[in-house]
Design a binder for this molecule. Structure first.
Ligand SMILES: Nc1ncnc2c1ncn2[C@@H]1O[C@H](COP(=O)(O)OP(=O)(O)OP(=O)(O)O)[C@@H](O)[C@H]1O
Length: 944
């Protein structure tokens, strides 16, 4: 947590405010003005902080705490060398601070009295522009959320206005690239979900915005002038970026969010207007597959969960060659598409690149030469690019004609494979590859080939670009040559063989004569400096030449700087075109990467079908696990649709099997195939035919959960609530061990009720991994439910008592939990293992007795469970199941099976249970109702 006392004016200075020295008074003022940031104050080559802020800086950056004394007292002080400020800034940001950088804005030598200082930028996590501070792989956003007042209706702009689009709007800017995104969201929950997906580094909340507390946003929350969210101010600001805000943005609330985020970005950059934010893109989250934070996390798309040693999906499927490509691929994975045409356009391009390996490799070779052009152009237009940046831009632009040639088939580097690309998407990208000849010519003729970092010290402009500059440099060169020749000519003229011509910073050029030769010094020599063994002189001509050389050099340096700035501005004027080019390059790189990964890992192009056909994956693999296991067992997945072998297929699979048998891996691989397919990638399978899904939900059981804070069970239930509310018959739902966080009886009941609800009220494609074997009975009762299991075989070599996992999914329910064997594998002491085994056997025998002896009344919970018919006999025909089921689910509830007594309480309980409208019952209500029913049954037993 940042320390509040390090922000704002230091109290110890407040007491003596009027007596502070001018410099500290200036510091004090800046602290007052930027009171939400830690002020770093330039003093010469250092950024200094004082008082509490100094203590924070010393501690956080591990620099020495010193003191500054003046007439008013002694103040702690800590300084950071400006030359490598970036790494220190990084630490301060990590510690949760914003940093206001106060630079000297006046040349110290020219200043009369106190050097003027001003805050030139505010470094915050969401508004970074320094390459050193930015990860290349991800966009870095600051986001603002505004809330509508209910009167927000579309202004008739893009995207079709509607009331349903309010009342939240979210706007985000990546200050390093100029990307600006805006969208509307119907409520706070959706807003959080979108924020989780966007993962901004910093967040501004507008007036009245109240987001749920349980959000898992790592973003720093910053406060900014609430007036920036006002409509008129916002509209004016947005108007400075796009000609007609109403044509781009759809509602007042969007304008307000966008205005506010731009205002904050401007504030942090110390700029009037961010020239390179040249486009504002409005998007609709409904156009992409919804993946909330829970899904992103549990599918490990971008990060592995805390407990996992594996790699995230993105690691495996990202083989991009350039930074823009890397960010693009991530954005695609974050937002898989819903529009079949767009998805298939990507697949078409990937397919062509998979097919044409020479073309693919040539493209990737060229893309590897591309610099981070999005950020480069950002720096160019912020006026922060140096000559090396412009050279990098040129190198990047120089690849474009070659990329074009490769795609057009006119390049001989692709050998026999020289055809014009055929897929529509690649053709479109080819059209978008603007060679920017004007910009390239300018850069090539203007910028030196190996320019220095500094742009003020000359050497950045190429010879031949500017005649005046060339004249000045020629004068300088001639002068230097004259000096270089001087030694020889003076030796000859004076006859002093040891005479030397040299130069130093203080005295300039000199002729040095050793003491024994002083009598031979000519009259036109004037003494400049006396050393121990020699004297230094100059002549009028040397002096004149020196002035000429340094005058020319100085004028050339400053002319070079002016020319450089002019070139940079001319390039900046083409920002929009360069950004469009960058966009096309990023797409091309992401597509080529998908193709390379598909080839390397044997992925196939998925096909899309209708929901009537269901999901069908043949020999699917988990893209990450398959890379870490020597042998990965592929598995089919079929949910919904009609199939030749088994007719109508249910959409809900109850997946059982021992621990470690591969259930979670299997379920996730289905989801990952869906995500990859809709992102435009090929998929790890032999074949896949998929419907287009609207959302992937995941609910991973308590034991696998790393989220802290709330009670894990409570959290599990609230996530379940989200799923049951929001899933549709076009969603994929993964449930892993749902209900584990509470008592077995409750958990089982919830698991069952949930499955029934998904089957009857939702119709979502569902994979439900569970250890509750009772759940497999549902396949009998509901025709949309079927069982899958993962088998393990006992290893004959170890007396049949240890277990081998086959990782192979099979139809039907598992017949044993193999828990004891897994315990043994895990190294549980032999005594405990054998005792467990004995207990299991005893229970099984007991259960058999019970079954045989019709002793239903005494059945314990375990026995009741074992009483279920064996897995195989449970596989009834779908017609059977449908007949039994009759469309009503409650009557078949196995919890009460076998309890058909005349007992009045049981009958009441049954009746109440039958009345329960599951379609309108939340899991928690169901839990309470079940608890209540159970108590009533127990009460009756106790009483009887
Ligand atoms: N198809 C497969 N081929 C090869 N190895 C696999 C396969 N599926 C899973 N594995 C490996 O088996 C181990 C267990 O897998 P997983 O976590 O999916 O099991 P699980 O049944 O979900 O276990 P639990 O019930 O304990 O959560 C993992 O280490 C995984 O790498």
């Amino acid at each position: 947590m940042p320390s509040e006392s390090a922000l704002g004016p230091p109290p110890s200075m407040t007491e003596v405010r009027d007596e502070l020295t001018p410099m500290l008074s200036q510091y004090y003022e800046l602290c007052e003005r930027y009171d939400d940031a830690l002020v770093l104050f330039q003093v010469g080559d250092f950024y200094e902080a004082f008082c509490e802020a100094a203590e924070v800086v010393a501690r956080t950056c591990e620099v020495t705490l010193t003191k500054r004394e003046d007439s008013t007292g002694t103040y702690p002080m800590a300084g950071l060398p400006i030359d490598n400020a970036a790494s220190y800034l990084d630490r301060l940001l990590d510690a949760g601070y914003r940093v206001a950088v106060a630079d000297q804005v006046e040349d110290a030598e020219e200043a009369s009295g106190l050097v003027d200082r001003a805050v030139t930028r505010i470094v915050t996590p969401g508004t970074l522009t320094d390459d050193e501070l930015l990860g290349a792989a991800d966009a870095n956003y600051v986001a603002a959320v505004a809330r509508g007042d209910g009167s927000d209706v579309g202004t008739g702009g893009a995207g079709g206005a509607s009331d349903a689009d309010g009342p939240y709007a979210l706007a985000a800017v990546d200050v390093s690239t100029g990307e600006c995104l805006v969208t509307s969201l119907p409520d706070a929950e959706r807003c959080v979900e979108e924020l989780e997906r966007l993962a901004p580094a910093e967040l501004l909340l507008g007036p009245g915005v109240d987001l749920p507390d349980d959000r898992s946003l790592p973003a720093m929350e910053s406060a900014h002038d609430p007036d920036a969210f006002g409509f008129d101010a916002a509209r004016e600001r947005v108007g400075a970026y796009v000609p007609s805000p109403d044509a781009v943005l759809d509602a007042e609330v969007e304008v307000r969010a966008c205005g506010a985020v731009l205002a904050y970005a401007e504030y942090t950059q110390g700029d009037e207007r961010l020239e390179y934010v040249s486009r504002i893109t409005r998007y609709d989250p409904r156009e992409s597959l919804r993946l909330d934070a829970t899904a992103l996390r549990s599918l490990e798309l971008f990060e592995t969960r805390g407990d996992s040693r594996g790699r995230p999906l993105v690691d495996v499927v990202d083989d991009t060659a350039s930074a823009p490509g890397r960010r693009r691929l991530r954005a695609w994975l974050r937002r898989p598409l819903l529009d079949r045409e767009r998805i298939e356009a990507r697949h078409g391009a990937v397919a062509e690149l998979v097919e044409r390996s020479l073309l693919r490799e040539r493209l990737r070779e060229l893309l590897a030469e591309v610099y981070d052009v999005e950020r480069l152009v950002g720096r160019v237009s912020r006026g922060r690019a140096n000559a090396r940046d412009l050279r990098s831009l040129l190198t990047t632009l120089d690849t474009v004609p070659e990329l074009r040639a490769a795609l057009e088939g006119s390049s001989d580097t692709v050998g026999d494979d020289a055809d014009h690309v055929a897929s529509d998407h690649l053709c479109d990208l080819l059209d978008a590859l603007d060679t920017l000849d004007d910009v390239r010519d300018l850069l090539r003729s203007a910028i030196a080939e190996e320019p220095p970092m500094e742009v003020t010290e000359g050497g950045v402009i190429r010879e031949g670009f500017d005649a005046d500059l060339d004249d000045l440099r020629a004068t300088e060169r001639e002068g230097r040559q004259w000096v270089a020749d001087l030694e020889a000519s003076e030796r000859e003229r004076t006859g002093i063989d040891s005479l030397e011509v040299g130069h130093n910073q203080v005295h300039g050029y000199y002729i040095e004569v050793t003491n024994p030769n002083l009598d031979r010094v000519p009259d036109d020599y004037t003494r400049r400096q006396t050393l121990k063994n020699s004297e230094r002189f100059y002549t009028p001509e040397l002096k004149r030449r020196e002035d000429e050389i340094f005058g020319a050099a100085e004028r050339a340096d400053s002319l070079e700087y002016d020319l450089f700035v002019e070139v940079r501005e001319r390039v900046a004027a083409e920002t929009d075109r360069i950004q469009r080019l960058a966009d096309a390059v990023a797409d091309l790189d992401a597509l080529a990467s998908f193709a390379a990964v598909a080839v390397a890992n044997d992925y196939v192009c998925p096909e899309f079908g209708s929901h009537d056909e269901g999901i069908h994956i043949e020999n699917g693999r988990h893209p990450v696990v398959e890379r870490t296991r020597r042998e990965f067992v592929p598995n089919d997945a079929r949910l919904g649709g009609r199939h030749s072998e088994d007719g109508e297929r249910g959409r809900i699979a109850v997946v059982t099997g021992p621990n470690m048998s591969g259930k979670s891996t299997y379920m996730r691989q289905v989801a990952l195939v869906v995500v990859l397919a809709q992102a435009g990638s090929f998929v790890p399978a032999d074949a896949a035919r998929l419907p287009i899904l609207d959302r992937v939900f995941t609910r991973v059981g308590a034991s696998d959960d790393i989220a802290g804070g709330q009670s894990t069970f409570m959290r599990e239930m609230s996530e379940l609530t989200d799923i049951l509310h929001d899933a549709t018959d076009e969603s994929l739902v993964l449930l892993d061990e749902v209900g584990r966080g509470t008592s077995t009886a409750d958990g089982r009941a919830i698991a069952r009720a949930t499955t029934e609800f998904l089957a009857e009220a939702v119709g979502a494609y569902t994979l439900f991994a569970t250890h509750y074997h009772e759940l497999t009975d549902l396949a009998e009762d509901l025709d949309s439910v079927f069982n899958l299991h993962f088998a393990a075989s006992r290893d004959p070599e170890s007396d049949g008592e240890s277990v081998t996992f086959l990782h192979r999914v099979r139809e039907g329910a598992a017949d044993s939990s193999y828990g004891v064997e897994v315990a043994e594998l895990a190294g549980v002491p032999e005594r405990v293992v054998s005792r467990s085994r004995a207990l299991v056997d005893a229970e099984r025998d007991g259960a058999d007795d019970v079954n045989g002896a019709d002793g239903a009344d005494e059945a314990t919970e375990t026995q009741a469970a074992s009483r279920q018919p064996a897995a195989d006999s449970r596989q009834r025909t779908l017609a059977d199941a449908a007949a039994t089921n009759g469309g009503a689910h409650v009557e078949t509830e196995p919890v009460v099976e076998g309890a058909e007594t005349d007992d009045g309480v049981d009958a009441d309980v049954l009746a109440d249970l039958a009345d329960l409208d599951l379609a309108r019952t939340t899991p928690l209500e169901a839990l309470n109702a079940l608890h209540d029913l159970q108590r009533r049954l127990e009460g009756a037993e106790d009483g009887g």
